[in-house]
Design a protein around this ligand. Structure first.
Ligand SMILES: *Cc1c(COP(=O)(O)O)cnc(C)c1O
Length: 366
């Protein structure tokens, strides 16, 4: 079997130098050596978030950071507007519900991004400011949809609700300007755009959001962000950190910035375009609508007569190419091709050629 290449929307193919960093001996996470590592990593994360504020690291996958922003900023009974555009948006909403918030959905058709006018209309119909928070997914990995975060920002600011952004597959792969756009709580994770192994999540809060952490009444302990900030200011994390993942992320971020953020954004966008064009040529139907295409992941229905699951298995077993299937209502119906990670033009071309070959075999086209 050939060696496996991951084209998943997380975890992604990680550079050997990054994997090797994770194999280094551990250190004392309560001394200056760790403080320097933490300082370097958070310093490298700030520009990717587009913030001058604190970026906190949490020892968890991205979902832990999503939970942390709900539990630190709201009280049971408060109303959240969920702008879900797929399975990860629904997860955010489910977290809100499990913490006792009243979650109201803003419906968006499958494959579309949040419509700024629909959001504006809903928020303008809330003159008494019953909506305390708005849940958004920057890049919806289940449908390959990216929302226009620059366009949504002024609408949210005009209303004043606290805005929570899941940018787990957005930041790193595409531009985010937290301070300039005025978002309040933004989360991401190590195993997507930064091409490091999974195990670390990142959170940044606006000043307004920090004020809320003092009065929010949700229960929280492991993910108490006040505690995380206090520790971070002393060069520590509150609990034992995944030190090996931090080593790896440190090297991944050095590589990321050495190439430049703009280069990363352009590369993801270019690969996604190549993949979309190829899949459409092979008879696939994209899940995302034209104005909503994601640079980090392409989701598509296979051509008639081609079974998504069989195609994924053939790609993995015969070519060592690992794509993802669908989630939720799209399970078994689509394939998803992630453009994040340590992949080059040749890898993308090889993956596209393998898909073409398998589609021909299955559909019997010579
Ligand atoms: C990957 C992903 C998540 C989930 O992150 P975990 O690290 O698996 O907890 C959430 N939201 C989006 C948009 C993602 O891409």
């Amino acid at each position: 079997m050939p060696k496996q290449m991951l084209f998943l929307p997380g975890p992604v193919t990680v550079a050997p130098a990054v994997l090797e960093a994770a194999a280094r001996p551990l250190l004392n996470h309560r001394d200056e050596e760790f403080a320097r590592l933490l300082e370097r990593v958070t310093g490298a994360l700030r520009p990717a978030f587009g913030t001058d504020g604190d970026v906190l690291l949490l020892g968890s996958s991205g979902t832990g950071a999503m939970e942390s922003v709900v539990s630190n900023l709201f009280s049971p009974g408060e109303r959240l507007l969920s702008c879900a555009v797929g399975a990860f948006g629904k997860r955010f909403a489910a977290i809100g519900e499990s913490f006792g918030c009243v979650v109201e959905p803003l419906e968006t058709p499958v494959g579309a991004a949040v419509d700024p006018q629909a959001l504006q209309a809903r928020l303008e119909a809330d003159p008494r400011r019953a909506i305390a928070g708005v849940l958004l997914t920057h890049n919806e990995t289940s449908t390959g949809v990216a929302c226009d975060m620059a366009a949504l920002a002024p609408i949210l600011r005009a209303h004043g609700a606290i805005s929570l952004v899941d940018s787990i597959s957005g930041i790193g792969a595409s531009e985010f300007r937290m301070d300039e756009w005025g978002y309040d709580a933004v989360v991401t994770a190590s195993q997507k755009g930064f091409a490091a192994p999974p195990g670390l999540a990142m959170v940044s809060l606006s000043e307004r959001a920090w004020e809320r952490t003092a009065t929010a009444k949700q229960p929280r302990y492991y993910f108490d962000l006040r505690r995380a900030r206090e520790s971070a200011r002393g060069g520590e994390m509150p609990w034992t950190p995944p030190i090996s993942i931090l080593y790896a992320l440190d090297v991944a971020l050095q590589r990321y910035h050495a190439a430049g953020m703009k280069t990363a954004y352009d590369r993801h966008a270019r690969y996604a375009q190549l993949v979309r064009d190829a899949l459409e040529r092979f008879g696939f139907t994209l899940v995302s609508k034209p104005a909503a295409h994601s640079p980090a992941v392409v989701a598509a229905y296979p051509p008639p007569g081609v079974d998504a699951k069989s195609l994924l298995r053939a790609l993995r077993e015969k070519h060592g190419i690992v794509l993802a299937g669908g989630q939720g209502e799209l399970a078994g119906r689509i394939v998803r091709f992630g453009t994040m990670g340590e992949v080059g033009d040749d890898d993308i071309r090889a993956a596209i050629a393998a898909i073409e070959a398998e589609v021909r075999v299955t559909s019997g086209v010579a």
